[in-house]
Write a protein that binds this ligand. Structure first.
Ligand code: ATP
Length: 236
């Protein structure tokens, strides 16, 4: 397997009037092709900082990162078309349908509108495509957010807490969607602070705590070797 994403020695220190906060302290992560990779850690452990740094939204203090073999952020423009990301909850206009929403986003992103029906099918919203988004459940809105990131047919999809607030049915639908994407050859990096979500949705996982990697591997391996005292207590 080849790595779609590699991070090594990533450091980020926030300095503000309130003081200095070390958010990432030499963090490492490798995500292999075709995996649904979980990025698990408690609130404040550095997940969002990592994802925003990868996408060039935050400048790190040190470390190396590569997406699809290209060093980022320097070569981010070369891979930007192959990376779809949702790192902030997107706001949709409730009075627009999913179809209209995606068509407008396709126009704005220079994507052919003909891609919209395929994306709606992928995320399981084709039957409800003409209904207003304000009638959607949270899970449907989350899947619409994923759909917006899929418009440009990315090879790597980065999602920050996509299952946040979903009920068990919504989490199962998210799992089915992630499986379908991975079967189609896409690699997914999905962050969460909830162990059960990662167990249900992901193949492999990196666990972060206080800005450092504390474990990585297949979900079953990591959970078997990090028993209740380490993983569960830290996270829940
Ligand atoms: P959450 O799930 O709560 O977003 P997280 O794992 O994504 O948590 P980060 O948001 O990356 O964690 O935060 C890591 C640390 O950096 C936390 O201690 C947080 O308070 C701090 N932090 C994040 N953003 C800033 C900022 N803009 N200025 C100062 N400190 C920050």
């Amino acid at each position: 397997m080849t790595a779609v994403l590699e991070i090594s020695g990533l450091r980020k220190i926030y300095r503000s009037r309130k003081g200095v906060r070390k958010a990432l302290d030499g963090f490492d992560m490798v995500v292999e092709t075709g995996q649904v990779h979980g990025f698990l850690g408690p609130n404040g452990s550095g997940k969002t900082t990592t994802l925003r740094t990868l996408l060039g939204l935050i400048r790190p203090n040190d470390g190396r990162m590569a997406i699809l073999g290209q060093p980022v952020p320097d070569r981010l423009p070369q891979v930007a078309g192959q990376v779809g990301a949702i790192v902030e909850s997107p706001q949709f206009f409730g009075n627009f349908s999913a179809e209209t929403t995606l068509s407008l986003l396709a126009d704005a992103g220079g994507v052919n509108r003909l891609r919209v029906p395929a994306v709606l099918e992928l995320v399981g919203l084709r039957d409800r495509a003409k209904e207003r988004v304000k009638t959607y459940s949270l899970g449907m809105k989350q899947r619409l957010a994923v759909a917006s990131a899929l418009l440009k047919e990315p090879r790597l999809l980065i999602l920050d807490e996509p299952a946040n607030g979903l009920d068990p049915g919504g989490i199962r639908e998210m799992r089915t969607l992630m499986r379908d994407l991975s079967d189609s050859g896409m690699t997914v990096l999905l962050s969460s602070h909830i162990l059960g979500e990662i167990q249900l949705i992901c193949d492999s996982v990196t666990i972060i705590s206080a800005g450092r990697r504390v474990a990585a591997g297949s979900v079953s391996e990591v959970l078997a070797s990090h028993t209740s005292s380490t993983v569960r207590v830290r996270l829940e």
